[in-house]
Design a protein around this ligand. Structure first.
Ligand code: NAD
Length: 367
């Protein structure tokens, strides 16, 4: 019997992506998997049922999809779906395991192999093809620059015309990880004057190699695994004071600073937003249920301040490019599936350093 894969229709209202696209299904079917797709699963991502059927999948109601050996979903399935899962099945997706882990733990305690991609050890090179956080962050960074350009009422590039010369927009990107570097590259391609900033000193070279300037502060914070560590209260205050002085001079600010499992640092306070020029645009890619990098940003909302600055809360902006985001997500999921199926059998090896790290067992939530 081929190993069976079930693709769920997403439970979250705002979720537009799908965990496997028809293109990925074609490859999996060719490799000998049996794929069942919940009817309508790809609709919001632009992949109708007929494309899955043409790719070799079987369309089914949720009960059949949930009976597959490997069940895949972008976000957490709802309670009715998880209750239907039985010991020995694998559930793979991006489940935000640091946040409210108890229901995932309860599922794991029932013997379901819950593999959450936000726990992937990204520094291990074998894990890179599975790295959903990077694939989605890259899309988010690109989209942030495009959205900023669309909302901004002036040109991004310098324009020399018979009616005079327009100055290029000045763009500041705070946090130069995967999303930040993509935002920098995209804003540069659009012709803006771009500056990047990060608390990790190693980011300087990556920023400047993209042709952007680097904004230096006196605060450095390298943490584990190449990530930034959380700043102390004094360091945060020092950082904000140094950044605030610079921020008011920029037309566009894109913020991307997250610290895994914790509330994002507030990098742009209300006073700094209040000092920016009318018409400036801020895109906060860290805006989510735990907060954001910018005072007053709200998840999935555009707010115009009294001084005419547009603040866009965009923690889930990859959803605005659902076809591309799903393509990448599906390829990442296929790489996970390849790692948990050995000789045509489902074999979730918890001693494997990549798979074991993603498996929900007892999650230690950072204090
Ligand atoms: P992230 O989304 O967690 O954070 C985005 C950026 O914000 C990071 O560059 C971080 O340093 C920065 N940041 C955090 N707190 C900050 C603060 N207070 N002020 C300013 N900046 C702050 O990070 P990410 O984009 O997922 O990646 C972070 C690191 O992991 C990078 O070094 C990246 O190159 C590395 N990474 C490595 C691999 C790999 O080895 N395969 C894969 C992905 C990412």
């Amino acid at each position: 019997m081929p190993v069976s894969i079930g693709v769920l229709r997403e439970a979250a209202e705002g979720e537009t992506r799908v965990a496997l696209t028809p293109a990925v299904v074609t490859t999996l079917v060719r490799d000998g998997f049996g794929v069942t797709v919940e009817s309508g699963a790809g609709d919001r991502a632009g992949f109708p049922d007929a494309e899955y059927e043409a790719a070799g999948a079987t369309l089914a109601e949720p009960t059949a999809t949930l009976a597959a050996q490997v069940v895949v979903s972008v976000g957490r399935p709802d309670a009715a779906a998880t209750e239907a899962l039985t010991p020995g099945q694998a559930l793979v997706g991006l489940f935000d395991a640091w946040h409210e882990p108890h229901e995932l733990e309860a599922l794991a305690a029932r013997g379901v192999h819950v593999l959450s991609l936000d726990r992937l050890p990204r520094q291990i090179s074998r894990a890179q093809t599975m790295d959903v956080l990077s694939s989605q962050a890259s899309i988010a960074g690109y989209r942030a620059a495009i959205v900023a350009a669309e909302v901004y009422g002036r040109y991004f590039p310098m324009m020399v015309t018979a009616a005079g010369t327009a100055k290029p927009a000045s763009v500041l990107v705070l946090g130069a990880g995967v999303a930040g570097l993509q935002a920098i590259a995209t804003a540069r391609r659009l012709g803006a004057r771009v500056t990047g900033y990060d608390v990790r000193p190693a980011a300087r070279e990556e920023v400047t190699s993209l042709g952007a300037a680097f904004l230096a502060t006196t605060v450095d914070a390298v943490g584990e695994g190449g990530y930034a560590r959380e700043l102390t209260t004094e360091e945060s205050a020092q950082q904000r004071a140094e950044l605030s002085a610079a921020i008011a001079g920029f037309d566009i600010v894109i913020t991307t600073a997250k610290v895994p499992g914790r509330r994002p640092p507030e990098l742009v306070d209300a006073e700094t937003v209040g000092a920016m020029r009318r018409g400036s645009v801020i895109v906060d890619l860290a805006a989510g249920p735990l907060g954001g990098n910018v005072a007053g940003s709200r998840p999935d909302a555009r707010v115009e301040t009294a001084n005419g600055v547009t603040v866009i809360g965009a923690g889930e902006i990859a959803r605005e490019m659902a076809p591309a985001a799903s393509d990448a997500f599906g390829r990442n999921i296929a790489a996970v599936i390849a790692a948990i199926v050995v000789d045509g059998e489902l074999a979730v090896d918890l001693t494997d350093d990549v798979i074991g790290a993603m498996a929900i067992n007892q999650i230690e939530v950072p204090a």
